[in-house]
Design a protein around this ligand. Structure first.
Ligand SMILES: Nc1ncnc2c1ncn2[C@@H]1O[C@H](COP(=O)(O)OP(=O)(O)OP(=O)(O)O)[C@@H](O)[C@H]1O
Ligand SMILES: [Mg+2]
Length: 254
């Protein structure tokens, strides 16, 4: 991990703030994520983790502050423009279409990113590159054998994998994962924790996760959010030893 500050941030947040009426959901957050880093964001319910993802991916605009990706200001770009630059996310609540097959769900995501969704949707079978990318992603996530199943009949854990496959469809450089193990069985959680480092190869990952075993096994660094603001940031070791974090845990803030 670069601690010299010499290498530039791939993603940089400067004083990012988002209010909803009188509630400050994200409070002056500064953040620098280097290419290839696996950063976990932890914090209690309502700490602002999902809102932070919404701000980075363009679903929400910040009330104040600036977001840079590759050194370029993306603060007020629309969702699709940010996606086109290489940012993708999975959702805390799965966004899979239950009546479409696993294959069609992922293909829709591949098509959406390739910019060919509208003109070529009916001829999608004839697009070998789209099919190849779809199959590659299904393979990566171990879903190939269920490609023809309607997504709605999958187990909750496998539906979450389809959601993840849809986020990976665009081969993003920055992948935002919002509680990917939520609602998974311990077995499914373990499987995904093993999978994440493989999915992270060649890309940057920011992971929001409540399961500390997953966080500690996946993350190279951790940001602790509490009430919208940064409480601490460091390596997993530093965070575990940080008295402010321990106090927050013991004091019931987290
Ligand atoms: N669209 C919205 N309108 C109003 N308030 C919102 C909106 N989105 C989030 N909030 C509020 O902002 C705060 C932060 O919510 P957020 O969903 O970011 O938390 P979180 O850290 O992801 O929590 P969890 O761990 O439960 O997913 C909460 O108090 C939430 O109620
Ligand atoms: Mg959330």
């Amino acid at each position: 991990m670069d601690v010299s500050g010499a290498s530039p941030c791939q993603l940089e947040l400067r004083g990012v703030t988002r209010t909803f009426g009188r509630l400050v959901a994200v409070d002056h957050v500064d953040l620098c994520v280097h290419a290839g880093e696996r950063k976990a964001i932890i914090g209690p319910n309502g700490a602002g983790k999902t809102t932070l993802f919404n701000l980075i991916s363009g679903l929400l605009a910040p009330t104040a502050g600036q977001i840079l990706f590759d050194g370029q200001d993306i603060t007020r770009l629309p969702v699709h423009a940010i996606a086109r630059r290489g940012v993708a996310r999975s959702f805390q609540i799965t966004s899979v279409f239950p009546h479409l097959t696993v294959f069609d769900n992922v293909r829709a995501a591949v098509l959406a990113h390739s910019g060919q969704a509208w003109s070529l949707l009916r001829r999608a079978d004839r697009l070998p590159a789209v099919t190849a990318r779809t199959l590659a992603v299904l393979d990566e996530l171990g879903l190939a054998d269920r490609r023809d199943w309607p997504a709605g009949v999958l187990s909750h854990g496998d539906r979450r994998l389809v959601d993840l496959a849809m986020a990976l469809a665009s081969d993003p450089r920055l992948l935002l994962l919002d509680e990917p193990t939520a609602g998974m069985s311990p077995q499914e959680t373990r499987r995904l924790a093993e999978l994440i480092p493989r999915l992270a190869a060649g890309r940057t990952v920011i992971l929001v996760e409540h399961d500390m075993d997953v966080v500690m096994s996946v993350a190279t660094s951790i940001l602790v959010l509490a009430r919208g603001a940064k409480l601490a940031e460091g390596t997993p070791d530093e965070i575990q030893r940080d008295p402010r974090v321990q106090e927050a845990y013991l004091g019931g803030v987290i």
